[in-house]
Structures are given as C-alpha cells and as structure tokens.
Design a protein around this ligand. Structure first.
Ligand code: IMP
Ligand code: MG
Length: 183
C-alpha cells in the first residue's frame, strides 16, 4: 500500500489500477449485451469521468457514439437551490438511448439534474454508468444501472477524481487516511 499527500492531507491506496480495469471490463461486458443494436450515445460528464470514459469505451464493442458534456453550477430560486446546467451538448438526442458516464454517484443530486435535463430533451431511454457508487450516501431514486465499484461513504481521490483540483492524474484510487491524516 502506498500513500500520497494532497493539500496536506494523507490518502492511502484503496483500489488499484488493475482492480479498476477489471471492474470496468465487467460493466462493458454487460453494456455490450444490454445495448446491442440500440446505437447508444455515451455522454461523459467532465472533468471527473475522463479516465473512466476512455477505459470503458475501449471495451465497448457495439456500434455507439461518445460525446462530452460539462455541468455549470448556478444559483437557482430558493426552492431549487443550486442548479447544475448541462452544457456542451450538440447532438440531437431526441428518441435515443443515452448512457450517462460519471465518475462517482454520491448523494445523487448531480445525476438527478442530468437525468431531468435529458428527459426534457426527449431522450427515450437513459442508463447510468458510473465508476463509483456510494449507496449509503444516495438520496435519490434514479436507477444506477451500471456501477463498476460500490464503495462506503468515504472521501476518495484519483483516477479522474480530485481533492480541491488535485489528484485526478493518479492511476489508482486513494482514500483519506483518517488514522494518519492528523487533521
Ligand atoms: P453528488 O451530486 O452528491 O452525487 O456528487 C457528485 C459529485 O461530487 C461527483 O461528480 C464528484 O465531482 C463529487 N464527489 C462526490 N464524492 C466524491 C469523492 O469521494 N471524491 C471526490 N469527489 C467526489
Ligand atoms: Mg464529477
């Protein structure tokens, strides 16, 4: 096991690169069976999903497209709180099968926003593929169809995920080392 220090906080290895790739391969196998013939559009949500999207798409062997979107946060009305608006979508997605590709589903607030916006644009079928899923933190009802790795409610970093902007380039996934963190 190795550890890294990011912004003065200590993180230790939690999921190795080979474990990540194995889990992604299993999700891709499932997608290849489930979505064959549907010509799905994979929509990867940047920044966090860039590594997952790349490794997943190498193993998806059905006819498909991939595109990348971002979420821009702005303050909505007091009833809605912060709204996360999907930007960068240029494809006509009406009537299509769309697979949202996310790095992590935590409370589910983000994925629910994406889901609702795609529905409003007339998508006929939405699937969610996420590298990581924290069921203990999840507060929504949107079905998480393809979760490569299910984790407890810990803060993690690496393989696309950041801690205050750093750590996205790490090949393995690290968890905050609560015992040795000293904070
Ligand atoms: P949600 O809206 O609560 O589901 O959170 C989703 C977003 O929070 C993710 O897309 C990540 O950017 C961020 N996030 C949630 N948990 C973690 C974590 O453990 N490490 C790094 N980022 C996280
Ligand atoms: Mg994210």
């Amino acid at each position: 096991m190795s550890s890294v220090v990011i912004h003065g906080r200590t993180f230790k290895t939690k999921i190795t690169s080979s474990e990540i790739l194995k889990a992604i391969g299993e999700v891709a196998d499932q997608i290849n069976v489930d979505l064959k013939g549907k010509k799905p559009l994979f929509l990867a949500v940047l920044n966090g999903s860039f590594m997952f999207a790349a490794d997943l798409m190498k193993k998806v062997n059905i006819e498909c497209e991939i595109s990348f979107v971002k979420l821009a946060s702005y303050e909505g009305t007091s009833s809605t709180g912060t709204v996360k608006q999907l930007i960068g979508l240029n494809e006509d997605i009406k009537g299509r099968t769309v697979v949202i590709v996310e790095d992590i589903v935590d409370t589910g607030v983000t994925i629910e926003h994406v889901w609702e916006q795609l529905k409003a644009l007339g998508v006929s079928e939405i699937k969610i593929a996420t590298l990581l899923f924290k069921p203990a933190a999840y507060t929504k009802t949107v079905p998480i169809e393809y979760a490569a790795i299910v984790i407890p409610n810990d803060f993690i970093v690496g393989y696309g995920l950041d801690y205050k902007g750093l750590g996205r380039n790490l090949e393995d996934i690290y968890v905050l080392d609560y015992e040795n963190d000293g904070k």
